[in-house]
Design a protein around this ligand. Structure first.
Ligand code: RUQ
Ligand code: CUA
Length: 764
């Protein structure tokens, strides 16, 4: 894309405007022809019409999917099911420079455990921040089951800002679930282990020394970060705690956590003991943990917690004495615990039971007030009788797992893993309304804002574990299948299959797209990982390279199509730190940066400052360049890192010349004049409109003006050189003038197109 053809005042990107082969020999197909040729039914056509989002149009909802074992978050649109982004969370993500620049490495480093780098994560459950129980679109949280961690993603830029390591667990599962105002993010343990870090107890001491728990991470919304010092946990018995949910409305202040293997069975088939699966599902019931977290927080503040690994843990006996911890039996091996939008009920599904059990918060409270308990568990926790707490039980089918809610009152959807179905049912009246088959083995499911106090209904996505025969085969490892289902009517209708090829997603949350207001640029010089001014940021003209001892620090900038500096000179063994600020203001003008073979990469969006750092431990010449196709002169956005041997002295001090003549110089001047005519016409158009009403265009005009302002200096240089008949210098500086013009024209044309497409008015 190097050549620009100039024709009657129109600047054409030669490769950009290729017209398709004109005059096809075939006449256009009719809709009926296409249906016939592709074997589509009217039903398919309806599904297509409900999901197709034409070019330029946007989706109604955005889904944030766990990326499973990829340790990332996947963002896609609903109903189009188009993937929009992978957010690097627990694992390095090269495109975004996540884990390849110093600023994001610092975030990943927060997730190291016992001093060890961990480069993968098993993400399960994302949660969007809430205000009064409604999704507010500000933050996203997600957990890592394998390495008990929780991450905070800021939805202003969709970047991971913080990772916290759970101080007392060795695995977790019941996170992330937020309280209705996001005061706390809940994270429950999974497989019990000793809570003291790096402490060994034999499995024979499982009942005495192994423990589970629920952690309440305090979220500081103003800082946009979790505050570990104000976070605490409630110690729980070594029952494998599972999915959790926060109460809302009448049940606000309480949280609910499932468990399995309350048998506290420890396998060991090697020693002749029956396996885990046999011993862990022997009893008919497990326990729902009911915790008053508001009261727990007060007790911790009052000094009733003990410190384990420096973290506040409220011991079981204290929780029991203070009356904040209760158990309720629930049918065998439960999985999901989902609080209804009105906060009145908790829906529990047992994997090995065909029912969903709906517990009434009111009944639970009545039992607690009356002191009506059927027993105590071996740790002294009062057990509320199942009958005393149940509102109803509904037989749905085999393997019910997770429940989501509709905008219509009392309507819920539950995934049936074994039956491979979604059941629609009424939790108030306890009756089944509809069922639909999915392909195959559904885990979680998601309805729009379906775990908030105000679900939006409309769509449901079934997150199927297997896709078997749904897609073109790609080897033994298949993608997952996210199936979009229309739930607007009485009968559910399957609309679309989306193969998801990035790990095994567990939960997804979906939010109304209009609630998200992500930025398009940073304030110039921002470290996006701390949201603070980056100490290495510089403005145009302030670029410099400093050397102190064997430390080289570069304060550089990026702007179309130029990296400042163009050469970095080092001696073998020097430590090189490069700070780069993207000076662009235009939307989507990202530059990337890498240095050959030094395993470093940065994605520098407009306004951002990023640092890359490495030891120049290899003598040689290493090109560095911009990795994003940012402009027509993108390939020229380059430079050299010169790593010289120690004590090296130059022998040749002048560069080779190209022998330009006066004719070359004159030709360049002509090109400059022609291009100026184009710029004048574009500028004329833009200024004739109400462009100031379009912030994006104002930003582009500022960027273009920046480019044009640089012309003066280059022009003086080429005229001075020409006066001395140095045609080499004269021609090259004139070419540089043209470079600035081309970039300005490129931006200007983009602004013009934007104005035309967005209905700008003529004002003069
Ligand atoms: S859990 S379905 Cu985290 Cu159900 Cu996977
Ligand atoms: Cu900047 Cu390519």
């Amino acid at each position: 894309m190097r050549t620009f053809a100039i024709k009657s005042g129109v600047l054409l990107l030669a490769a950009g405007l290729g017209l398709g082969a004109a005059g096809s020999a075939f006449s256009a197909e009719s809709l009926q022809d296409v249906l016939k040729r592709r074997g589509l039914s009217q039903q398919d056509l309806l599904a297509a019409a409900k999901t197709y989002v034409p070019t330029g149009k946007r989706d109604e909802f955005l889904a944030f999917s766990s990326g499973g074992q990829s340790g990332q978050v996947i963002v896609y649109g609903i109903p189009s099911m188009r993937i929009l982004k992978y957010i690097g969370v627990f694992t390095p993500e090269p495109w975004q420079g996540y884990g390849f620049d110093e600023n994001s490495k610092a975030v990943l480093k927060q997730g190291w455990i016992d001093g060890k780098e961990i480069t993968w994560g098993d993400t399960h459950h994302p949660a969007i921040s809430e205000t009064n129980g409604q999704y507010d679109g500000q933050f996203l949280f997600i957990n890592d089951k394998a390495n008990p961690r929780l991450a905070v993603i800021d939805l202003r830029d969709f970047e991971t800002k913080q990772i916290v390591v759970n101080p007392i667990y060795k695995s977790e599962h019941g996170g992330a679930f937020v309280t209705p105002n996001t005061d706390y993010v809940i994270e429950a343990a999974q497989y019990a282990a000793p809570l003291e870090n790096k402490k060994f107890f034999p499995l024979e001491e499982f009942n005495e020394k192994y423990r589970g728990g629920v952690t309440y991470w305090k979220f500081d919304r103003k800082e946009g970060r979790i505050d570990p010092k104000k976070s605490f946990s409630v110690e729980l018995p070594p029952y494998s705690q599972d999915l959790s949910d926060a109460g809302k409305g009448p049940s606000d202040g309480w949280s609910f956590t499932n468990s399995f293997c309350t048998e506290r069975y420890v396998g060991g088939i090697e020693k002749g003991r029956p396996p885990y699966e046999a011993g862990c599902s022997a009893k008919d019931t497990d326990y729902l943990h009911v915790i008053n977290w508001k009261k727990a927080a007060e007790l911790v503040a009052a000094g009733k917690a003990k410190k384990i690994n420096g973290h506040d843990v409220l011991p079981i006996d204290v929780a029991v004495k203070e009356g904040i911890l209760f158990l309720i039996p629930e049918p065998k091996s439960p999985h999901g615990a989902d609080v209804t939008p009105d906060g009145k009920f908790i829906v529990v599904s047992g994997k090995l039971d065909t029912h969903v059990s709906v517990y009434s918060f009111e009944k639970i409270q009545a039992a607690i007030k009356a002191g009506k308990f059927e027993s105590k568990d071996p740790y002294g926790i009062p057990v509320i009788g199942m009958k005393d707490a149940l509102h109803t039980q509904v037989q749905l089918g085999l393997g019910p797992l997770h429940t989501q809610f509709d905008a219509k009152t009392c309507v819920a959807y539950t995934s049936l893993y074994v039956d491979s179905q979604v059941a629609k049912w009424n939790f108030c009246e306890g009756k089944v309304l509809d069922k639909i088959s999915v392909h195959y083995n559904i885990g979680h499911l998601v309805t729009m804002e379906g775990d908030s106090v105000a679900p939006k209904g409309r769509y449901l996505v079934a997150l199927n574990k297997l896709s078997i025969d749904r897609f073109n085969p790609v080897g033994p490892l298949h993608p997952q299948n996210h199936q979009l289902i229309d739930i607007a009517n009485d009968k559910m209708q399957l609309l679309y299959d989306m193969p998801l090829p990035l790990g095994e997603p567990h939960y997804v949350v979906a939010i109304e797209a209009s609630k998200l207001k992500p930025g398009v640029r940073y304030k110039v010089g921002t470290d996006s990982r701390t949201d603070k001014p980056h100490p290495g940021a510089v403005r145009a003209g302030e670029e410099r390279t400093e050397k102190k001892g064997n430390k080289i620090t570069v304060y550089g900038t990026l702007i179309r199509s130029h990296i400042t500096p163009e050469t970095i000179e080092a001696e073998v063994g020097d430590e090189v730190t490069i700070h780069l600020t993207n000076l662009e203001r235009a939307q989507d003008e990202t530059h990337g940066f890498t240095v050959s073979t030094y395993n470093t990469h940065a994605s520098v969006e407009p306004g951002k400052t990023v640092t890359v750092k490495f030891k120049a431990d290899k003598e040689g010449v290493y090109p560095y360049y911009c990795t994003e196709f940012c402009s027509a002169l993108h390939l020229e956005m380059q430079g050299y890192l010169l790593v010289k041997p120690k004590g090296w002295k130059p022998t040749k001090t002048t560069m080779a010349k190209a022998n330009y003549s006066e004719t070359d110089y004159k030709a360049t001047l002509k090109k400059v004049a022609d291009t100026q005519a184009v710029i004048d016409s574009v500028v004329g158009y833009i200024t004739s409109t109400n462009f100031k009403d379009f912030p994006d265009v104002v930003a582009m005009v500022e960027d273009a003006t920046d480019q044009l302002n640089k012309i003066k200096d280059a022009k003086q240089k080429h005229e001075a050189a020409a006066a001395q008949k140095d045609w080499e210098q004269a021609n090259l500086w004139a070419e540089q003038v043209w470079q600035y013009q081309v970039k300005a024209a490129d931006i200007g044309l983009r602004a013009k197109t934007y104005l035309e497409q967005n209905g700008a008015r003529k004002v003069k």
